[in-house]
Design a protein around this ligand. Structure first.
Ligand SMILES: [Zn+2]
Length: 162
């Protein structure tokens, strides 16, 4: 069990903007380190790719919904997802609440049509990567249409059995 519930929407600050990861920029409380998974958006050339990674570079406030992320470590993580030597842009969208994934979906890849990413967006998300172009690569959307047709198929089957 995590001490800091991933399902709570939090404000995100970069360590480089608030002078480190020791104290909460909002209430001055002492931050606590815990490992979580994050959804990053990586922009390389004209393309935006989602990238999920877990690390222990998040520092959480025990008193208010604030998390401070170590910028250098996320920048390094993002650069791993980019082509070698390429310096694209990245943004962190929020925390991925892995506990929200239903048990029967644990072996389905996250972001699949059937298993949308349980993203808890940061409440103060400013979006240098997605800002101008709203288009993302399809995968993150849940496709309801398909679900419908599957139900239809199921009911057809039932009728046959009668
Ligand atoms: Zn605080």
């Amino acid at each position: 069990m995590k001490k800091f519930d991933a399902s709570i929407p939090r404000k995100m600050f970069w360590s480089t903007d608030v002078g480190g990861t020791d104290f909460c920029p909002q209430c001055q409380g002492r931050l606590e380190n815990e490992s979580h998974s994050y959804l990053l958006m990586i922009r390389e050339g004209g393309e935006i790719q989602p990238f999920i990674a877990g690390n222990d570079s998040g520092y959480f406030c025990p008193h208010c919904p604030v998390v401070v992320l170590k910028y250098e470590e996320f920048a390094q993580l993002a650069s791993m997802a980019m082509s070698e030597g390429y310096r694209g842009k990245f943004t962190v969208m929020g925390i991925v609440d892995l506990d929200a994934v239903p048990e029967e979906k644990l072996d389905v890849p996250l972001g699949d049509d059937d298993n949308p990413i349980p993203l808890v967006k940061f409440t103060n998300l400013s979006d240098p990567v997605l800002g101008r172009r709203r288009r993302m690569r399809g995968k993150l959307k849940t496709r309801r249409k398909r679900k419908h047709s599957r139900n239809a198929r199921r009911s057809r089957k039932k009728q046959k059995q009668k």
